[in-house]
Design a protein around this ligand. Structure first.
Ligand code: SF4
Length: 308
């Protein structure tokens, strides 16, 4: 007797792609989709990382599930700030703890993948593309710390085979062997896959010389919290009498500052000023006077030694 039940359709394989919104991670999504993987794109909204990419641009929400981990909010923010304060694997040109930053993201990705029974965790990393975290030795350090494997489809054939490939969960021949800092191959693939993407809005503040000096100081003084985080990347910064002061440079920055309890509003040529210690309003008033419109160089110069 013939069975009346329908043949079962094979369950689609799943992959978790660490998704920055940039071209490389978009390419990885396409490559894995071609291999019949169902994709969850995991984005980390980092406190000092690049912003400005339109995450949804060109992503078909029916085909790709977008999951966002907000590191600008607790509890992830404190965990991340601790990593910046105490990096185990050193820093780059600023206070950027790239290896530790990646280990943090990969471990969070693994927890999510395990919870959702997703077998593959993939990234858009390319060997040799970035000096701090994508040279072979750095990748080995990261992988050793993780204790689980990361699939790097754009450069997989240029590095050691993973168990994902050897177990045939994914066909190694479908993966690429891109290496180095050039972008030619990625651009050609973008054409092939008709990928639309915007250029990221900016880099990571932790890598930049002056912002990283300021951020280091603010971290040491434990002044960065979920609420003060937006202040860290705007305005002119001073540290006077154990007080952090931020001087707005435009209307947008004034608006941010005016959402705090201790601040001086902008007023007829005077900039808005945030001050972290309510007993130091008089310092804030002096600073506001120095930074009001007009020829105040002498007054401003007096504050130079307090600049962050
Ligand atoms: S540049 Fe380094 S520290 Fe900054 S977001 Fe990227 S990996 Fe993290």
């Amino acid at each position: 007797m013939k069975s009346s039940s329908k043949p079962k359709t094979p369950k689609q394989k799943q992959a978790l792609v660490l998704y920055s919104g940039g071209l490389d991670s978009r390419l990885v999504i396409k490559i894995l989709q071609e291999q019949n993987f169902q994709i969850t794109a995991l984005h980390f909204n980092l406190p000092f990382g690049c912003s400005g990419c339109n995450l949804l641009e060109g992503l078909n929400a029916e085909e790709v599930k977008l999951k966002i981990f907000d590191v600008k909010s607790e509890p992830l923010l404190s965990e991340y700030l601790n990593i910046i304060k105490n990096p185990k694997h050193g820093t780059g040109t600023g206070i950027n703890p790239c290896k530790d930053c990646k280990i943090f993201m990969f471990k969070k990705a693994k927890e999510y993948a395990d919870k959702n029974k997703i077998k593959i965790i993939a990234t858009g990393e390319v060997i040799g593309q970035r000096p701090m975290s994508q040279i072979p030795s750095a990748m080995r350090t990261i992988d050793k710390q993780l204790g689980f494997e990361i699939l790097r489809p754009l450069c997989a054939k240029a590095i050691k085979e993973t168990s994902y490939e050897s177990s045939k969960l994914i066909d190694r021949n479908s993966l690429l062997s891109i290496s180095g800092r050039g972008r030619k191959e990625q651009m050609a693939l973008a054409e092939k896959y008709k990928i639309k993407y915007s250029t990221p809005g900016g880099g990571c503040f932790l890598c930049e010389k002056y912002p990283s000096i300021r951020l280091k100081h603010l971290l040491e003084k434990n002044l960065i919290t979920e609420s003060t985080l937006p202040l860290t990347i705007i305005g002119r910064h001073f540290y006077i009498n154990n007080t952090w002061l931020v001087v707005a440079r435009d209307e947008k920055e004034s608006d941010i500052i005016s959402s705090f309890k201790t601040y001086l509003p902008d007023d007829e040529g005077k900039p808005a000023i945030y001050f972290s210690n309510s007993s130091q309003k008089s310092e804030a008033l002096k600073l506001q006077d120095a930074y009001s419109t007009g020829d105040n160089f002498e007054k401003r110069n007096k504050f130079n030694k307090y600049k962050l």
